[in-house]
Write a protein that binds this ligand. Sequence first.
Ligand code: EPU
Length: 351
Amino acid sequence: MTHFSVKSSSHPQIKQNFDLTSFNTLGLPSKAARFVEVSSTDHLLKLHEQAFFKEKLPFVLGGGSNVLLKDYLDIPVLKNSISGKKVIKQDENFVWIEAGAGENWHKLVSWAVEQDFGGIENLALIPGTVGAAPIQNIGAYGVELEQVFESLELFDMRTGKLHTYRREECEFGYRDSIFKRELKGQVIVTKVVLTLTKTNHIIQSSYRSLNDYLREHNITQPVIRDIFDAVVAIRRSKLPDPADLGNAGSFFKNPVVVRSVLEPILREYCDVPYYEMEGELVKIPAGWLIEKAGWKGRRVGNVGTYENQALVIVNHGGATGEEVYEHAMRIKASVKKVFGIDLVPEVNIVQ
Ligand code: EPU
């Protein structure tokens, strides 16, 4: 069960004028003035010794599935490819798994489901890497990463030191954590530890589209494999595969607003979907707002909004970062005009 990589002893190679087109799932043409790929913490320590982090801190790239890159990046780019996954501890009911930040997230989920380890099956097929997962506290179909998160190890680029952050220290929120705020751009996640169930799995099937899917397929007592299969099928039907159509998943966050903002919308559309939050707050799906503002499936030049999920902006081929950004801003202005709601990008816009 252990296949953690042996620490690489080679020196990380710094490349100049490096093409990032195949390193971002929107498929945007982009070049980095300097690029380095690291496959171990040892590589990070060596880069620190070489004063790589001294002048400009690099932009850290994982799977490139949540970024909008401009055509030329004069900050260095560091690709995090630290691999490996293993069980580090277990008792009768739980198992603690450790995974390198550069591991593909979906492969980790598939591996866990194969071992009958429960807790992340609802997060199947989320693109990107293990290291990016805690940064935006990935979530889907009723589950957020923080529910299974134990700790992570990170490398502080300013000091060259490694630190462990436990769940409470990560300050998780909806698509949010301390790594998107105070520590933004300063640290590199090297590995993540998750606590999964071995017995008494908690089956989370109440998310509407998941529940509908299970009912339609007559699955009345789902096990974690059923949830995994259902999530994979739902995502495949709604979200485009970046290999076919460049995209970065949900482009905006679902806005959280006070109830008084929802009232006039409810008067006009009695079927507006929304989720009650704490206090007087409600979360409204941005995809619904964008669709009602007339953007679903609409194309402008090389950029468009996906026909099955208006929250996803797609590159029909040949789009630049600038074009995608302009398209996103048009959508934002339109939703603001129609509903008076400000959409905030979920995708990381790299300037
Ligand atoms: N909707 C529309 N039109 C659209 C899209 C959605 O009316 O074009 C409606 C749906 O009918 C549904 C509601 O909006 O009533 C919610 O839609 P969906 O279940 O597709 O989820 P979402 O809120 O649009 C969020 C996450 C996704 C995640 C899904 C499933 C965010 C920003 N997005 O999308 O995450 O997969 O829930 O849990 O929270 C991502 O972060 O990249 C991502 C894909």
